[in-house]
Write a protein that binds this ligand. Structure first.
Ligand code: NCD
Length: 309
């Protein structure tokens, strides 16, 4: 069973741990498909959602997941919290503990912030994205979507194209997919590849062809202009032409390859509209997987908390 107080990253996650979360998430999907949205696993528990960055799908996904499991859910956004009055993260953690929270679900612009919160808080911390570092539940939902389609993850070729440097999604996927025996190929302008990522197990490609050829999964990543201090490529049009995935590029992948993207998508930049709406585009399925994976993560962390009592 998952023996963790917190879920902050996949950097140290084992194949067994990931498999357990995905197995429970598959069960959660079955419940959801059967219309069962009132499960008892978190009855009497409280989850506070603290988002210090914008989000549509991840915040609502965590909120729905906690509510479907019966938890009481509170939402805080940075602009309305005492952080705007100068409170430190450590003091915020202590305050939320004093209110008897069981789960703190946090998105923060600084890499490592959830680790700090997890150290000081008695509540279990779930990282919903920390800066350019990790986004573990996103990678788990990506892996669930792939596992359902292919029946397993071992040996899959996953091509990640887009803004890898600023992407916490790419890093969590790299750690998770490596642990599960899949192979991760990355392609982007050199200015958007973080130094040393090949030493963490990624295969860096010199061309779009090399990355996409015979891929099982083509994963696009958003160009994160908000995190770029200087121009990393000449223009979005040029980026789309040389690095984006269109119908022709997709044909390089295996005939049954699927298209994925964590969203939000810049239509026509990292993927063309045709590719986003392709019959083998699993972008909406990823969103559905997201609720199931977050339900599974909350349930398993809660099971561990109960054992510690
Ligand atoms: C991503 C994120 O915020 O890390 N989106 C998401 O959570 N689905 C990727 C992005 O912002 O481009």
């Amino acid at each position: 069973m998952l023996k963790r107080k917190d879920l902050v990253g996949l950097i140290d996650a084992t194949k067994e741990e990931i498999t357990e979360i995905l197995d429970v998430a598959s069960q959660m999907k079955k419940h959801l498909k059967a219309g069962e949205k009132q499960l008892p696993y978190l009855k009497g528990k409280t989850a506070t959602i603290l988002f210090y960055e914008n989000s549509t799908r991840t915040r609502t996904s965590f909120e729905l997941a906690a509510k479907y499991l019966g938890a009481t859910v509170v939402n805080i956004s940075a602009s309305s919290s005492s952080v705007a009055k100068g409170e430190t993260l450590v003091d915020t953690g202590k305050t939320l503990d004093a209110q008897l929270n069981d789960f703190l679900i946090m998105r923060h612009p600084m890499g490592g912030a959830p680790y700090l919160l997890a150290q000081v808080a008695k509540a279990s911390v779930l990282n919903a994205g920390d800066g350019m570092n990790e986004h573990p539940t996103q990678a788990l939902l990506d892996m669930l979507t792939m596992r359902e389609y292919f029946g397993g993850l071992e040996g899959l070729k996953v091509a990640i194209v887009g803004d890898i440097k600023h992407s916490r999604v790419a890093k969590s996927n790299l750690f998770g997919l490596n642990a599960m025996g899949a192979k991760v190929y990355m392609y982007a302008p050199k200015t958007l590849i973080p130094k040393g990522i090949d030493k963490l197990g990624a295969t860096l490609c010199e061309s779009r062809e090399e990355a996409l050829k015979d891929a099982d999964v083509v994963m696009g990543l958003r160009i994160q202009l908000e995190r770029q201090q200087a121009g990393n490529f000449p223009s979005l049009n040029e980026y789309a032409e040389f690095y984006g995935v269109d119908g022709k590029a997709l044909k390089l992948a295996k005939p049954n390859a699927i298209v994925m993207h964590p969203g939000p998508v810049n239509r026509g930049v990292e993927l063309t509209g045709k590719v986003i709406d392709h019959e083998r585009s699993y972008i909406e399925e990823q969103v559905f997987s997201g609720i199931a994976v977050r339900m599974a993560s909350l349930k398993l962390l809660n099971d561990y908390r109960e054992l510690q009592k």
